[in-house]
Design a binder for this molecule. Sequence first.
Ligand SMILES: [Fe+2]
Length: 457
Amino acid sequence: MTPTQALGRAFRSVEPTGGFVPVTVEGALPDGLAGTLWRNGPGLFELFGRPYRHWFDADGAITALRIADGRAQVASAVVECPKLAEERAAGRPLYASGQTRTAWWRMVGGRGKAVRNINVLRWQGETFALAEGGLPIPIDEHLGSGAPRALVPDQPSFHAHSRVDPKSGALYGFGIEYGRVCHLSVYRLEPGGGARIARMPLPGPRVLVHDIAFAGDAVIVMVHPLDIRVVPLMLGLRSPLESLVWRPEQGTEVFVVPLAAPEATRRFTIPAFYSFHFGNAFADGDAYVVDLCRMPRLDLDAEFSLASMRRGEVPDMPPSRFTRVTLRGESAEVEELVGGERDFPVADARLAGRRHRYTWIIEDDAGINRLARFDHETGACVRAALGDGIHCGEVSVAPRGEAEDDVWIMAQVHDFEADRVGAVVLDGADPTRPPLARLWYPHHVPPALHGCFAPRG
Ligand SMILES: [Fe+2]
């Protein structure tokens, strides 16, 4: 069995725990580390015997790892969106999701199920599961799902990725309204409430906007030229993923939203690329510096087939490079920071919007995800010592002291050789040392996409 074939076994449905259960701890959990590591990802891969076709189509599985007093407990549950509840009541699948079709008359109008399988938002003491569209689903302390809820008035959707200004505590996110002309709204959430601060028409039926950058005094949105073919989608002839079309001649549209005067949003077009994820961003004189993982194009319909992932086939994707894009005026300078396939860039959130030194990043090593730390001062990229048989997900950074490297690094991992799932805690000052603690769950959780660490208290 090859490593990716062994990893392929991990893409089976989550085993819900029905409550918190103890985990096995190898090593020692640090005394000062207390809180909950949240993760969300595609987790229910078949419904009443119908397998989902694409990794991103699956209903979400949310996992909470509670750490306190040197011990840990974990729980996992399926995120129950209202349309999944309808399907459970009917005893059969009813809705299209991503690439997975259903009867055409149920797909007319582009209707489908917005599976909340991408991220976890912690806001004002509450937890929400988020997707590429739709409204957040509240998750209670027992991991039960509530009714979708807007976080600000008059909000049709709130997407999976958002950013927090560490100085003000405000959270910036976005949503898309679909219509004859699609609009992207930027929202500011503050402890006392929230509001839409900008609403911008999109240059086409361009609805796959995934992330947002926070650059201190501005937020930056990049809208890549991935359009939806509206007619076959609306007629129910194609699923959403089958309706995507890449239009590189139209370029990538950049929106720079000044937070002090959002009405003065600048928009301009730069040469086309696709990016799922931003790292940190900051102002540098009259320019904005944005770290991101950059692909020359995206063909989502052809990538991440669940069947091929389960077979352990290494995806033949366009390269994703860790890149620094400097926006100056209406042009972009593009600098590739390090070779190899990279995604899921994460910097210390305390430095969001300011110049930082380190980015934690996932390196694709022939289909296996390895964790590395990139040093922007030296250009060095060191791989974390997790072991050859470990597939590592996106990290969360938990401050230990004041310094940028005085942190604990946590990630969900898959020991694909032993076919078990857990988490690691690393000393961020030296990722080449073995983890401080390895935690193994008593149940199965498939590889996750995103989440966060919520300190206790
Ligand atoms: Fe993402």
